[in-house]
Design a protein around this ligand. Structure first.
Ligand code: DC
Length: 232
């Protein structure tokens, strides 16, 4: 039987991954983090020396080497997930600053996108899944039976990130964060390959003034109507 795909796309800092993980765990679906796959490819490129000190990517060598890598994601019942690169748990490494600063140009390479899309589509045939990213409902799974586009007011997203940093004891500058949120929105939606945009048939979830609980109630009603399923 064809597996159910719930595609979750949207702006940065809208809590997409947290929301996607929660839905997956409450429905017993697999959570697929497409951003983690782009991050794993980026880590591989860094470790293999395909990115020089000037951040130039040796695209020929990276392209030729992609056949040597295997990326897998393991889900745990508590909703957490771990990414493996050739059987190595790379979860902490792919979230680090180095990968974060280089994942954008790596994920803009068409052959990298093709590679990740093949993986995503393969995983999507294995299990009912909640997949989060930027182009899931538009490019990767255009036939997904439920597409959600998450957004929130830029000032609210900046405030959330500011609070998150402060709570970790990190130095935070609200104005700078706000500027970064606006800039990332622009870059994400104006890049040449697979820009972030809402699929025509996606439902918009503007969580500016919603708690996580509110969002779960919202999605529960939708999955009940659409699939006859209930969040646990
Ligand atoms: O969601 P994230 O921050 O982990 O994503 C990491 C990077 O990958 C980010 O620069 C956007 C990119 N990305 C993408 O281009 N397409 C996706 N489907 C998912 C992520």
């Amino acid at each position: 039987m064809k597996k159910i795909i719930i595609a979750i796309d949207g702006h940065s800092s809208t809590g997409k991954s947290t929301f996607a993980k929660m839905i997956a765990s409450k429905l017993g679906f697999t959570f697929i983090d497409s951003g983690a796959m782009y991050r794993a490819v980026t880590l591989f490129a860094i470790e293999e020396g395909y990115i020089d000190n000037g951040d130039n990517i040796d695209t020929d060598r990276l392209k030729a080497a992609l056949g040597r890598i295997e990326i897998t994601c393991l889900n745990y019942p508590d909703g957490s997930s771990v990414t493996f690169l050739n059987d190595r748990n790379v979860e902490p490494d792919i979230r680090g600053l180095k990968v974060s600063s280089l994942v954008s140009p790596v994920s803009a390479l068409p052959f990298v996108r093709d590679y990740v899309n093949i993986l995503l589509r393969y995983y999507g045939t294995q299990d009912n899944s909640v997949v989060d990213g930027r182009d899931i409902g538009t490019v990767v799974f255009p036939d997904a039976p439920l597409k959600i586009f998450m957004t929130a007011d830029a000032s609210i997203r900046a405030k959330r990130r500011f609070d998150q940093m402060e709570s970790k004891g990190e130095k935070a500058d609200y104005e700078k964060i706000y500027k970064n949120v606006v800039e990332r929105d622009y870059i994400d939606s104006h890049r040449a390959v697979a820009p972030l945009c809402k699929a025509d048939d996606a439902l918009v979830l503007d969580n500016s003034n919603m708690t996580v609980e509110d969002q779960l109630v919202w999605v529960d009603e939708i999955v009940q109507k659409r699939f006859g399923l209930k969040l646990s």
